[in-house]
Design a protein around this ligand. Structure first.
Ligand SMILES: Nc1ncnc2c1ncn2[C@@H]1O[C@H](COP(=O)(O)OP(=O)(O)OP(=O)(O)O)[C@@H](O)[C@H]1O
Ligand SMILES: Nc1ncnc2c1ncn2[C@@H]1O[C@H](COP(=O)(O)OP(=O)(O)OP(=O)(O)O)[C@@H](O)[C@H]1O
Ligand SMILES: [Mg+2]
Ligand SMILES: [Mg+2]
Lengths: 230, 230
């Protein structure tokens, strides 16, 4: 479902200074895989996720999702694929500040179209309930704890029934019990509905929930192995 | 150095809905303590830290830092105490978006006054070097990874040589090695300079670096015990 070849991403910070955030990355992902992405701070994990999520374009190399090549798509086409196929949990949550938790979760549904207001509200409340935040539906992000904001971001990523979930540190701000609830939720979605899931994490305990580990270092993939114990 | 009695914090979300973020909290902290603050998502940890940092006021009860009572201080006086005595690492980093890492770290020095520009830049570079980011000094937050932004926030908290460090999940976005570097840094500051440190964390491994554990649940302190093994 995901094909990545020779992927490199270079940022030009100034005329002379370039940051090679990704270098010559090759990764193939099949449908219904459950993968953890690990590696030191600054090693390229979020940049990799941004390319996968069509939020950033390769400098060199190819990225193909479900037959759609990142290079060939217009910005509108990328936005449409993101909305229809991908649920993204950002490292910094990226919620809209002046909108409530419920409204934040509803937004992907309105972009999709074909939903009426009542339907969207119902679906969004379901997702909030799934992450344990039904009683915080009308709070804005500033009125939510860090972990609650993170859970709203997770609910928003799930609301469009995506084929792929890209989650960048989805449990970094959550206590052990809530982390396990979220990871069990992801496991269920993976096992029962076959959703393909990639999770960036620093924590080995979180990686143990997944079935394959890809480790980055200085923009390169240095390890790509299946996790046996599960 | 910190005296908290009967502390309660209530948010009025609407006319009828109130959130009791903190309920009747009593805590005494002596100089040079090294404390971890733990508890489930939404249990009141960040609210507690905001009161300690003079960023929020008690609804009921008292908070006294070094003889200064939160209730008696004007906003300007609170800002001054914060600048002189407290280094705050926010759960969401709270860096200024259009300013570089170096400038972000310099800012508390300019508020303090008595620094010239050259001096401030030198001190700020020292702090960036301490957290391993000397080579990212001229990047803005958007050009930094999540963990790098977090480390800039830590450098900024240290730059004014504070008497107290309040760190809300300071290593949540950091890999194991970088987390240990930061925690060792905090340990050194605590052991060698006697800085009082409170760290909010979800991770038992992080708590093991500290000497006392305070656990919150639903806005109350449910446990307050010293950590024996260190
Ligand atoms: N401005 C606000 N208005 C209303 N409710 C609020 C506000 N800020 C926080 N809350 C609520 O107060 C409670 C405590 O929030 P707090 O941020 O202190 O939790 P926390 O322990 O830091 O959680 P986390 O581990 O998720 O960061 C939460 O239930 C939250 O929804
Ligand atoms: N817009 C940008 N301009 C310049 N450099 C950037 C930009 N975005 C990221 N970088 C750099 O690219 C490298 C990789 O960043 P990335 O965010 O992918 O790391 P990461 O593995 O997600 O790290 P973390 O675990 O800290 O979140 C970092 O060294 C960072 O400084
Ligand atoms: Mg990242
Ligand atoms: Mg918090």
């Amino acid at each position: 479902i995901i094909e990545i070849k020779n992927l490199s991403k270079v940022y030009d910070v100034t005329e002379e200074i370039k940051v090679h955030a990704l270098r010559d990355v090759d990764v193939d992902v099949y449908k219904s895989e459950f993968i953890s992405i690990m590696g030191p701070s600054g090693s390229g994990k979020s940049t990799f996720m941004n390319v996968l999520g069509f939020l950033d374009t390769p400098t060199i190399g190819t990225y193909i999702l479900d037959g759609f090549a990142s290079r060939d798509l217009s910005d509108d086409q990328k936005a449409e694929i993101r909305n229809l196929k991908i649920g993204f949990v950002f490292q910094g949550f990226n919620l809209l500040a002046r909108t409530t938790a419920l409204e934040n979760v509803e937004i992907p549904l309105f972009y999709r179209g074909g939903y009426n207001m009542k339907h969207a509200q119902q679906k969004a409340m379901e997702m909030l309930d799934l992450v344990g935040l039904a009683d915080r539906a009308h709070h804005t992000p500033a009125e939510l704890s860090g972990g609650q904001q993170q859970r709203v971001a997770i609910a928003r990523a799930l609301v469009n029934d995506p084929a792929i979930i890209l989650a960048d540190e989805p449990t970094g701000n959550l206590d052990t019990k809530t982390t396990n609830d979220i990871l069990n939720l992801f496991s269920d979605l993976n096992n029962n509905i076959g959703i393909t899931i990639l999770i960036v994490t620093h924590e080995p305990d979180v990686a143990d929930f997944t079935k394959r580990k890809i480790i980055f270092r200085d923009g390169r993939v240095v390890e790509d192995s299946s996790i046996k114990k599960r």
